[in-house]
Design a protein around this ligand. Structure first.
Ligand code: BGC
Length: 714
């Protein structure tokens, strides 16, 4: 018998339930606080896990109580939400997805893990892998965007980054893939609402990223708050036990979401906490976060014969094994035992700047960017121009209290000899228009206007759904006044747009000379934005989510199916709207740079392929623009005839090419034929013989893609 099994043999029921409980230490409240003082419970061995505590000193003190004062000396596992950086804040996950750079996805997670571990913590509740196609849903900001294949790549990189090569290492933390699963398609985009989707959508869109996380060795998974067709995820035996555990072989820890076990009562599947705890245990949830349902409900359930001690032991073992894998039994003080070196912190800051720069998506540029060499007077207007807290985005973890760099500060730093004038004009929200006229007057005599608009950080994230995700408050009035005034004086206006989701900004896109999507770039926001505006860096981000023209178009995503009556403006009885085209404002993958790229000579080899082949795809890309820039080349497939109607386009790869002005290069992509499998009528993967179209180009707009064909042989 190994030590963990021996330990289990010595545990009382209360101690076992303690290992199955996680309580907030109230550093950062992410839900209703219901648990009282935890210290006594740690001491008497009835609390094994904490969340929301930071600072190595505090963490070590709690560990000391656990390993020196509790009967069995079991170390604590302490988790924290490190969604996009811990102290150094990286761009929000949706923005990071826009970099299309797996190296960066992994590196930012690695650095976030090192910072988290330096704070004494051993677990994070990230990565968030929920595919989102509804921009009303506030949590869109936390995830990978709309595409399941992209979500898979991000899942792999993030798990590797957080966990490192060895989970026991002092700089590694246990990752938690969340929120399992299909949290994105909540009804009406309203957080926590019902989900009702087809089995095909579940399997094709929402499960793959979690399967990839399991494959990458993710230590923990968190079921979503939602229910799927009437079965809450926290009690979803078929998905948690049969799919995750049995089918995928996931043997890590299932940690409930905040109070989610008790919420089974509200969902209407449990009459009381005893039934709620029973359902969650039967589904295989190991740790009860914040509901106190296991501690209160399971002893009664056990007495009534609703659950068995074996079912409880199974969970306790999984928790103890994770603690063992994290090295907590060997040395609970390993993480956070030495302060980080200044150079480590400085390098991380440089990484934050790189990630922020690469996450910026240039949506429009009719020549206003980059700023001209002789720019002397820059007018920086808008409620987000000098709003450092907003730059961090909605989940700033334990972010340093020192200000993030604002656009105003960034531009002042980048253009020390220019005159930079600033007015807020109006607040982010509210009805006060009194500052608008004066702000518009500032435009007079400027070489360029930088208009910083968007959402407040707290307008996206958890419990932050919006029914009309447009510019809030009086910002449209501000934009109109500034744009009118600038048009009169022929001053170009560059809009820098901050948001945690696509916004409905068709009119702004039409009127502005340039529009830069900044999302929430994090600690280094202003420096990154200034780098792009001044031309020190060419923008290279690509939107990982479709931007609609009108709210009524959602859900809008590039991988829709064709329909029996595809849109035809000349034919009334086809699939379309009367008032707006089907096409989006910005397609998935869209993003301009300071180069101008053309594509030629798409080749695929072999042209006739079988299951074990890998298709080599190559295309020549020429930078016809006046400046060096980087192009992201996307590879989509289309299977026109299959036993199940396939999407119009499906992402299967991307590559980057950096080219000087006038230079031609070759982008090479590899497409294993195995990737062409899809779920057949019986939901089993099939590879059907026939023709597959390979589409290559700058974004998911068919008109801009080159096409080649491959014949699949059985
Ligand atoms: C969120 C989770 C988070 C948890 C702990 C919940 O409200 O849904 O994403 O990990 O709180 O903070």
């Amino acid at each position: 018998m190994n030590t963990i099994d021996k330990l289990l043999g010595r545990m009382t029921l209360a101690e076992k339930l303690g290992q199955m409980t996680m309580t907030s230490a109230s550093y950062a409240v992410t839900g209703p606080v219901i648990a009282g003082d935890s210290t006594e419970s740690i001491r008497n061995g009835t609390l094994g896990n904490l969340l929301n505590m930071v600072g190595a000193k505090h963490v070590h003190e709690m560990q000391r109580i656990a390993v020196e004062e509790s009967r069995l000396r079991i170390p604590l596992m302490i988790g924290f939400d490190v969604i996009h950086g811990h102290r150094t804040i990286f761009p929000v996950p949706l923005a990071e997805a826009a970099t299309f750079e797996p190296r960066l996805w992994e590196l930012t997670a690695r650095e976030a893990a090192r910072e988290t571990a330096a704070d004494g913590l051993a677990m994070t509740f990230a990565p968030m892998l929920d595919v989102s196609r509804d921009l009303r849903w506030g949590r869109t900001v936390e995830g990978p965007g709309e595409d399941p294949w992209l979500a898979v790549q991000i899942a792999r990189a993030k798990v590797r980054g957080f966990q490192g090569p060895d989970l026991a290492h002092a700089e590694s933390v246990a990752a938690t893939a969340k929120h399992f699963c299909a949290y994105g398609p909540v009804m009406g985009g309203r957080d926590y609402a019902s989900v009702d989707i087809s089995e095909r959508t579940l399997r094709e869109v929402h499960l793959p990223a979690f399967a990839a996380a399991v494959d990458a060795g993710v230590a923990a998974i968190m079921p979503a708050f939602t229910e799927l067709g009437g079965v809450p995820m926290t009690a979803h035996k078929a998905l948690l036990r049969d799919y995750l555990r049995a089918e995928l072989g996931f043997d890590g820890v299932l940690v409930s979401d905040y109070n989610a076990i008790r919420e089974l009562i509200h969902h209407g599947v449990a009459g009381d906490v005893v039934e709620a705890a029973t359902l969650a245990l039967k589904a295989g949830v190991d740790i009860d976060m914040m509901a106190e349902a296991y501690r209160h409900g399971l002893p009664v359930a056990l007495e009534r014969g609703l659950v068995t001690i074996d079912e409880i032991d199974e969970c306790v073992l999984r928790v103890l094994r994770l603690k063992e894998r994290l090295g907590l039994f060997d040395d609970p003080y390993r993480r956070g035992s030495k302060a980080e070196e200044a150079e480590t912190v400085a390098a991380r800051r440089r990484l934050a700047r790189e990630a922020a720069t690469k996450s910026l998506v240039l949506a429009k540029n009719s020549g206003a960017l980059p700023f001209r060499e002789n720019t002397r007077r820059v007018c920086v207007i808008g409620p987000l121009a000098n709003a450092w807290r907003e730059m961090r985005g909605p989940w700033a973890a334990a972010g340093y209290e020192e200000p993030s760099i604002t656009v105003l500060a960034g531009l002042r730093g980048a253009l020390p000899s220019a005159e930079i004038v600033h007015a807020e004009g109006t607040a982010i929200s509210g009805t006060d228009t009194s500052g608008i006229a004066a702000a518009a007057e500032l435009v007079a005599g400027a070489d360029v206007v930088v208009l910083c608009l968007g959402e407040a950080a707290e307008m996206s994230g958890e419990a932050a759904s919006r029914s009309s995700p447009e510019l809030p408050g009086e910002q449209r009035a501000l934009a109109d006044a500034v744009l009118d005034r600038a048009a009169r004086d022929e001053v170009p206006v560059v809009v820098v747009l901050f948001s945690g989701r696509p916004l409905i900004v068709s009119r702004l896109m039409e009127r502005a000379d340039a529009l830069l999507i900044a999302w929430f770039p994090g600690t280094e926001a202003g420096n990154a934005i200034a780098d792009v505006l001044t031309g020190r860096a060419s923008p290279s981000g690509r939107t990982p989510i479709t931007w609609p023209r009108a709210l009524g178009q959602i859900p809008i995503f590039y991988s829709q199916r064709n329909s029996g009556r595809p849109e035809n403006p000349k034919d009334h009885f086809t699939s379309k709207y009367l008032d707006v085209p089907n096409s989006p404002l910005l397609p998935f993958g869209f993003g301009l740079s300071y180069g101008r790229f053309s594509y030629a000579n798409l080749t695929v080899s072999p042209e006739v392929a079988t299951a074990s082949d890998t298709i080599e795809v190559s295309v020549e890309v020429t930078n016809e623009g006046p400046r060096a820039a980087e192009e992201t080349v996307f590879l989509f497939i289309r299977d026109r005839v299959a036993s199940v109607a396939r999407p119009l386009l499906e992402l299967k790869g991307f590559a980057k090419v950096s080219l000087a002005a006038g230079q031609t290069g070759t982008a090479r992509l590899r497409l294993p034929v195995a990737e062409l499998r899809f779920l057949g009528l019986d939901f089993e993967p099939v590879l059907e013989p026939g023709e597959i179209e390979i589409h290559v180009g700058p974004c998911a707009d068919s008109a801009q893609l080159k096409v080649a064909r491959v014949l699949l042989r059985a």
